[in-house]
Design a protein around this ligand. Structure first.
Ligand code: NDP
Length: 294
């Protein structure tokens, strides 16, 4: 497994299993399949309600804890200094671990950025105390990052963002690169462009003719091509599946490369259309919900 070195020297497997929308009763099987197939990085979140099952699967897998990179996120309802410290305790207890490898803020709260900063300062404290090995953010735009960097001491190790060929967020990627913040792609195979309930007028990037043509040329699947596109540009990718065959397919991406021309053809698919919520519109009123105690 290829690894990426975070800005504090911590090594992270470049590809991990994502578990957003993986129901709790399917999470153990998915995570166990992934670990059996060679995954060593699992990406969850307090808001996904499946941290407990992720932890159980890790313990049941027979793979030793120190070989597995566990990433989770603090939800906005737990922002604030003391609240975020407690949010980390809740996640660690549900996961059943003493130390989380990467803990990130799930979203900025633009309407209450002081609370976001307080949450980030708690992450800094958790890092200093050794409760987490690295800290970061998710869905932070350039203005959020600029304010964060001005007001805090530790540069985030990771910014987890919606990144697939239809929505690439190049300005944020460039800013992150300049500041040694690793870009990690959510919906790396474009899940947000096709998963149900997010608008019937969407077009799946997996069936885009440019993607299927490149897949055919390499005798690979469209999902594998999109994962190569991310990995070859230095990004971390965390594809989600509950199906063992697809979990296997998604890690089968280390024996081939797409060409420079193919990368350019995939870059040219940008639509400017965001699939997920606009980070500017994330508020506690719209998205807040209680994260249960462990
Ligand atoms: P993905 O790009 O990983 O796509 C997942 C979808 O693709 C699912 O519907 C899955 O279905 C299907 N799928 C998986 N593998 C294949 C394959 N090989 N061929 C065809 N279809 C496939 O999208 P996600 O949005 O789930 O993103 C991945 C991870 O990113 C999440 O699990 C989560 O950890 C993170 N994320 C973070 C967000 C944030 O705000 N920070 C927001 C959204 C996601 P099935 O399970 O049935 O195989």
């Amino acid at each position: 497994m290829q690894t990426l070195t975070l800005n504090n020297g911590v090594e992270m497997p470049a590809l991990g299993l994502g578990v957003f929308q993986t129901p709790p009763d399917e999470t153990r099987a998915a995570v166990e399949a992934a670990l059996d197939l060679g995954y060593r990085h699992i990406g969850t979140a307090a808001a996904y309600s499946n941290e407990r099952e992720v932890g159980q699967a890790i313990r049941d897998s027979g793979v030793s804890r120190d070989e597995i990179f566990i990433e989770t996120k603090i939800w906005i309802s737990d922002y604030g200094y003391d609240e975020t410290l407690h949010g980390c305790d809740k996640s660690a207890a549900k996961l059943g671990v003493d130390q989380i490898d990467l803990l990130i803020l799930h979203q900025a709260l633009p309407s209450d950025f002081d609370k976001t900063l307080a949450a980030y300062r708690a992450l800094e404290e958790l890092l200093a105390d050794g409760k987490v090995r690295a800290i970061g953010v998710s869905n932070f735009m350039v203005d959020h990052l600029t304010t964060l960097l001005d007001a805090t001491s530790v540069v985030p190790a990771v910014n987890q963002l919606e990144i697939h060929p239809y929505f690439q967020q190049r300005a944020v990627l460039d800013f992150d690169d300049q500041h040694h913040i690793l870009n990690q792609a959510w919906s790396p195979i474009g899940g947000i462009t096709f998963y149900p309930g997010y608008g019937e007028d969407r077009k799946s990037v997996l069936t885009d003719p440019a993607v299927t043509r490149i897949a055919k040329a390499h005798l690979k699947s469209p999902a594998q091509v999109l994962l190569r596109w991310g990995l070859q540009q230095g990004r971390s990718v965390i594809p989600k599946s509950t199906k063992r065959t697809r979990i296997a397919e998604n890690i089968g991406v280390f024996g081939f490369e797409v060409t420079a021309d193919e990368l350019t053809a995939l870059d040219a698919l940008e639509t400017g259309r965001r699939g997920g919520p606009d980070p500017e519109n994330v508020t506690l009123t719209a998205y807040g919900r209680v994260i249960p105690e462990a």
